[in-house]
Design a protein around this ligand. Structure first.
Ligand code: SF4
Ligand code: SF4
Ligand code: FES
Length: 229
């Protein structure tokens, strides 16, 4: 199947001619372009190899997240037959650009660190293993932040990825440690979230973020209510 792939490189679109099977993922298309002896744009002008990230190629590591035809998704799970024949790929816009399709997502790690998403003792409570497991499938890809109307990369709102991580920690803690994590949810999540749930629609891990957010709110209410009793 013949088509084109346009890659946003800084401020301009570079268009390349491609010929691929319908079941070829965008990662393989990018790989094929970079493996050409001489990479030429569709108009014949020479081009440098495309910079982008990919690790597992199986939809679990999140490194290949990019905006494809206007929506954030994993390039290794976006197949030519679905997104072609004319594909447009660009970098996630909520992170500093490194080059071409590669961005610096270290702000996610910093926000999770600020929310202290770790346990502090050995008596972790695990009450809902299925939900913990589902929540833990987050690959820190950043797709949820790309569509979030309230996330800018600056300020104290950390978006769905932060709330999801906070959820796992808070559910396994009790007492003052739990209250502390729930206060981070209030400050870095609930206060900035307008509950549009665009994050849930694009999450490639299919994490039920509406459940995550509502359960955190419930836990927060209960922790405040019972502490004041
Ligand atoms: S529900 Fe809306 S505002 Fe809240 S994190 Fe998701 S996309 Fe952002
Ligand atoms: S919550 Fe979903 S969209 Fe957001 S970083 Fe995790 S896996 Fe990606
Ligand atoms: S390369 Fe790992 S999710 Fe796409």
């Amino acid at each position: 199947m013949k088509g084109t792939i346009s890659v946003k490189r800084n401020s301009r679109w570079a268009k390349f001619s491609i010929d691929a099977e319908a079941n070829t993922p965008v990662t393989m298309i990018l790989d094929e372009l970079n493996s050409r002896e001489t990479l030429l744009e569709a108009d014949g002008s020479p081009a440098e190899p495309i910079v982008w990230e990919c690790s597992c190629d199986q939809g679990v590591c999140g490194s290949c997240a990019m905006v494809i035809n206007g929506s954030p998704r994993l390039a290794c799970s976006a197949f030519f037959g679905e997104v072609g024949p004319d594909v447009k790929v660009e970098p996630l816009s909520k992170f500093p650009l490194v080059a071409d399709l590669k961005v610096d997502r270290s702000s996610i790690s910093k926000s999770l660190s600020e929310m202290k998403i770790w346990l502090e003792d050995d008596d972790a409570l695990v009450s809902d293993v299925d939900m913990q497991y589902t929540s833990a499938s987050c690959m820190l890809c950043g797709c949820c932040l790309e569509v979030c109307p309230n996330y800018s990369g600056e300020g104290k709102f950390f978006g769905a990825v932060g709330m999801n991580a906070c959820f796992r920690t808070a559910e396994q803690l009790s007492g003052s440690a739990k209250r502390e994590r729930l206060s981070y949810f209030a400050k870095h999540g609930d206060a900035g979230c307008s509950k549009s749930l665009a994050c849930q629609v694009v999450c490639p891990a299919k994490i039920p973020l509406s459940v995550v957010i509502s359960r955190l709110n419930r836990e927060r209410f209960l922790s405040v209510f019972y502490r004041n009793k």
